[in-house]
Design a protein around this ligand. Structure first.
Ligand code: RFL
Ligand code: PHB
Length: 387
C-alpha cells in the first residue's frame, strides 16, 4: 500500500493532522495500536485554549463542542483559606472551553470515518524505516498479517511511549527532562460540578483541582506520591481529602474512574529527523497543571499540516524545514508556564519554610497585581500560534 503521509497514532495529534490533510487533498493513513473503543474512552485532558477551539471549528469538527462544551471565563486560585478569581475575560478578552479530550477524539474519528478515509485500529508491531531517504516505509501487522505502507513522510503522533521518537538515533536527539516528586490521583465522578469554574488549590496538605466534564460529571485531582496505588484510596477518603484541600462544599457521588498520573516535563529536539516528524506527546510532555498537553498537540499539527500543504501545493520545503524551530519556540514557553504553575501550587518534599512562604507570597502577588494575573491569564487561554 502507498500513501503520501503515514500517521502513527490516533490521539488528538494524529487524528487532527489526518483531518487537516484530508481537507487539503493530501492522502494519509492513520495507524493506531489500540482499539477504537479504547481510544474513545481514555479519560485525559479537559481544557481547550481559545485557539484550539478556533482550529477545531475552522476544520469543521467543532459543532458538538460548541453545543456541549462549557465556556469558562476564569479560574479560581484557593489558598490561605480564601478563594481568588482570575478573570480571563477582563484580562485577555478570551475564554477557554471545557470539553473532554475523548470527545474531541470521538468527533475526529467520526469525521474521518464519514469521509471514508483510512484509519486502522489495532495495528500490531508498528515500525518506521528509511525516513532518512525520500521513500520511508511503515511496517505493521493486522490479525497476524504483515503489511508495508510506503509513503513520502511519517508523522510520529504516537504519544510519549510510542515507537517513533525511539526510532531516531539517540545521538541525534537532545532530551531535556524534569520528573516531579509527586503525581495526581484523578477521579471522574457522577456529580454536578461543585463550582462554576475550575478551582486550583494550594493547601498545606497538597495541591487539589476541581474540574468538570459536563453539568453532571466532575473531574477532580489530588496531589499524591508517584507510587501511590489508587486502589488503596477509598471513595470516602478521596472526597474527604478534596473537601479539606479545596475548602469548598463537595457533595460527592459515585466514582466512575480512578487513576494516578505521574508528572513530568520533557522535550526532545529537534522534532524532525529526515522525513519523520514528531508531534504532540511524542515530542514533549508537560505536567498537567497548566492544562496544556492537548493544546500543544493541536498547535504542532497545525504547523505540520501547513508545511505539508506548502510542500504538495508549491513544492516548497521551507515551512517543513522550519517545523521544528517553529514548534519549539512555543513549546518552551508552554513548558515554562506548566513548570511555573506546578511549582506554584504543589507541596515539595524538600521545601524549606522559606520556600513555602515565598510560594504564598507569589500567590498573593498574583491575585493583587493586574500585571501578574494577566501573565497567568494570557498563558492559560493560550499564547499566539506560530505563523
Ligand atoms: P496521545 O493522546 O497519547 O495519542 C497517541 C496515540 O498513539 C497510539 N500509539 C501507537 N499507535 C500505533 N503504533 C504504536 N506503536 C503506538 N504507540 C502509541 C496510542 O495508543 C495513542 O492513541 O498523544 P497526542 O495525540 O500527542 O495527544 C496528547 C494528549 O493526549 C496529552 O498531551 C494530554 O492528554 C495531556 N493532558 C492535558 N492536556 C491538555 O491540553 N489539557 C488538560 O487539561 C490536560 N489534562 C492531560 C491532562 C493528561 C493526563 N494524563 C493522563 C496523561 C490530564 C491527565 C490526567
Ligand atoms: C481536567 O479537567 O482534566 C484538567 C483541567 C485542568 C488541568 C488539568 C486537567 O490543569
Amino acid at each position: 500500500m502507498r500513501t503520501q503521509v503515514a500517521i502513527i497514532g490516533a490521539g488528538p495529534a494524529g487524528l487532527l493532522l489526518a483531518h487537516l490533510l484530508y481537507q487539503h487533498g493530501i492522502d494519509c493513513v492513520v495507524l493506531e495500536a489500540r482499539s477504537r473503543e479504547y481510544v474513545e474512552n481514555r479519560v485525559r485532558a479537559g481544557v481547550l485554549e481559545h485557539q484550539s477551539v478556533d482550529i477545531l471549528n475552522a476544520a469543521g469538527v467543532g459543532a458538538r463542542m460548541m453545543k456541549e462544551g462549557l465556556l469558562h471565563h476564569g479560574i479560581h486560585l484557593n489558598f490561605g483559606g480564601e478563594s481568588h478569581r482570575i478573570d480571563f475575560e477582563a484580562l485577555t478578552g478570551r475564554a477557554v472551553m471545557i470539553y473532554g479530550q475523548q470527545e474531541v477524539v470521538k468527533d475526529l474519528i467520526a469525521a474521518r470515518l464519514a469521509a471514508r478515509q483510512p484509519l486502522i485500529f489495532e495495528a500490531d508491531s508498528v515500525s518506521v524505516h528509511d525516513f532518512e531517504s525520500d521513500s520511508p516505509q511503515v511496517r505493521y501487522s493486522i490479525d497476524g498479517q504483515a503489511r508495508t505502507l510506503e509513503c513520502d513522510f511519517i508523522a510520529g503522533c504516537d504519544g510519549f511511549h510510542g515507537i517513533c521518537r525511539s526510532s531516531i538515533p539517540a545521538a541525534q536527539l537532545n532530551v531535556f527532562e524534569r520528573v516531579y516528586p509527586f503525581a495526581w490521583l484523578g477521579i471522574l465522578a457522577e456529580m454536578p460540578p461543585a463550582a462554576e469554574e475550575l478551582i486550583y488549590a494550594n493547601d498545606d496538605r497538597g495541591f487539589a483541582l476541581l474540574s468538570m466534564r459536563s453539568p453532571t460529571v466532575s473531574r477532580l485531582y489530588l496531589q499524591c506520591h508517584p507510587d501511590e496505588d489508587p486502589a488503596k484510596w477509598s471513595d470516602d477518603q478521596i472526597w474527604g481529602e478534596l473537601r479539606t484541600r479545596l475548602h469548598v462544599e463537595v457533595p460527592g457521588g459515585p466514582v466512575l474512574q480512578k487513576s494516578v498520573t505521574p508528572m513530568r516535563s520533557f522535550v526532545a529536539e529537534p522534532m524532525r529527523f529526515g522525513r519523520l516528524f514528531l508531534a504532540g506527546d511524542a515530542a514533549h510532555i508537560v505536567p498537567p497543571t497548566g492544562a496544556k498537553g492537548m493544546n500543544l498537540a493541536i498547535a504542532d499539527v497545525q504547523v505540520l499540516a501547513r508545511g505539508l500543504q506548502a510542500f504538495y501545493r508549491e513544492g516548497s520545503e521551507e515551512d517543513l524545514s522550519a517545523y521544528s524551530a517553529t514548534c519549539l519556540s512555543r513549546v518552551w514557553k508552554v513548558q515554562r508556564f506548566s513548570w511555573w504553575m506546578t511549582s506554584l501550587l504543589h507541596r515539595f518534599d524538600d521545601e524549606t519554610p522559606f520556600d513555602h512562604r515565598r510560594q504564598l507570597a507569589e500567590l498573593e502577588y498574583l491575585v493583587t497585581s493586574r500585571a501578574a494575573a494577566q501573565s497567568l491569564a494570557e498563558n492559560y487561554v493560550g499564547l499566539p500560534l506560530a505563523h
